[in-house]
Design a protein around this ligand. Structure first.
Ligand SMILES: [Zn+2]
Length: 298
């Protein structure tokens, strides 16, 4: 009788205790970690889905989470520079840059809009290492997944085979979805769109759409009335009918442009968990479907 109890305890107690604690900076990455780590990982995200991804406020509880983590997963470039102070405060040497528990998902990504020459404040105060919104191209989600896979294998080699298998399944799923997403947006190749912030160059390049203008004159800088008039004139001249904004943006400027141009403002979930999305696939699904519907005039 006693032996049965031991077997039961082993079955139910051990897996939880053996789970790898992973802390990601954003929900998109936390989801990819979950898809590759499965039951072997316990993952949390420091930023919440509703946060403006450039304005995440560090909280003491975040440092506590990091102090207990075995793996730290970040977008990298300048999107989660706010995590560096938290990493220092957490005093967990195993997840510092260069340690086995540190994963920068931008490694291997072909970066867009990398500044050439001197960077100065007139260029805006963000995107200093190039455009960090690479995860909106599903092909780059595969690169992020590869970096996460290698991190999980380093900190938990006992489950390396399962991580590898789940990674391959993730890649296959991305490829299948990519085909479908391409088909949905194929009729609109070359179509001009206005975006609030430069968050979509990777997405637009992947699906063949073109950015006419941004509502912000520079990343992180609000528009002046004169600048808005310029955007409105360019939209009228080209017949551009769609303004794409992330879910956390204020509607004031896009709505003002829409009133003048008759364009439609399309709200995109720019984080897993926003606008009812539950994982990376449903996030890109919603982006693709909402854009296609607006471009079709629905
Ligand atoms: Zn940005």
């Amino acid at each position: 009788m006693k032996k049965w109890w031991i077997i039961l305890l082993t079955l139910f107690a051990l897996p939880a205790a053996a789970q790898v604690r992973v802390v990601a900076t954003f929900t998109d990455l936390a989801d990819i970690v979950k898809q590759i780590g499965g039951a072997h990982v316990q993952v949390s995200s420091l930023a919440r889905p509703q946060d403006d991804f450039h304005l995440v406020t560090p909280r003491p509880s975040m440092a506590l989470e990091l102090s207990r983590a075995k793996l730290f997963v970040r977008v990298g470039m300048d999107l989660d520079l706010w995590a560096d102070d938290l990493l220092a405060a957490a005093r967990n040497a195993s997840i510092l840059r260069g340690a086995s528990g540190y994963v920068d998902c931008s490694v291997g990504v072909r970066k867009l809009e990398v500044p050439t020459g001197r960077v100065d404040p007139s260029m805006g105060d963000i995107h200093i290492y190039g455009n960090p919104h690479y995860l909106f191209d599903p092909a780059n989600a595969k690169i992020a997944a590869r970096n996460i896979l290698e991190g999980l294998k380093r900190v938990d080699p006992a489950n390396a085979q399962e991580y590898q298998r789940r990674y391959e399944a993730f890649v296959q799923r991305v490829d299948e979805h990519l085909n479908r997403w391409h088909q949905i947006l194929a009729p609109y190749k070359g179509t001009l769109v206005v975006v609030y912030h430069k968050s979509l160059p990777y997405f637009l390049q992947r699906f063949g759409l073109q950015e006419l203008a941004t509502v912000e004159p520079k990343p992180g800088i609000p528009p002046s009335p004169g600048y808005l008039r310029e955007v409105i004139a360019r939209m009228k001249n080209t017949g551009c009918k769609v303004i794409l904004i992330e879910h956390f943006r204020p509607r004031r400027f896009p709505d003002a442009i829409a009133r003048e141009t008759g364009a439609k403002v399309v709200v995109l979930p720019a984080a897993v968990g926003a606008e009812g999305t539950t994982d990376y696939f449903s996030m890109i699904d919603a982006m693709v479907n909402r854009i296609a519907a607006a471009l079709a005039g629905r």
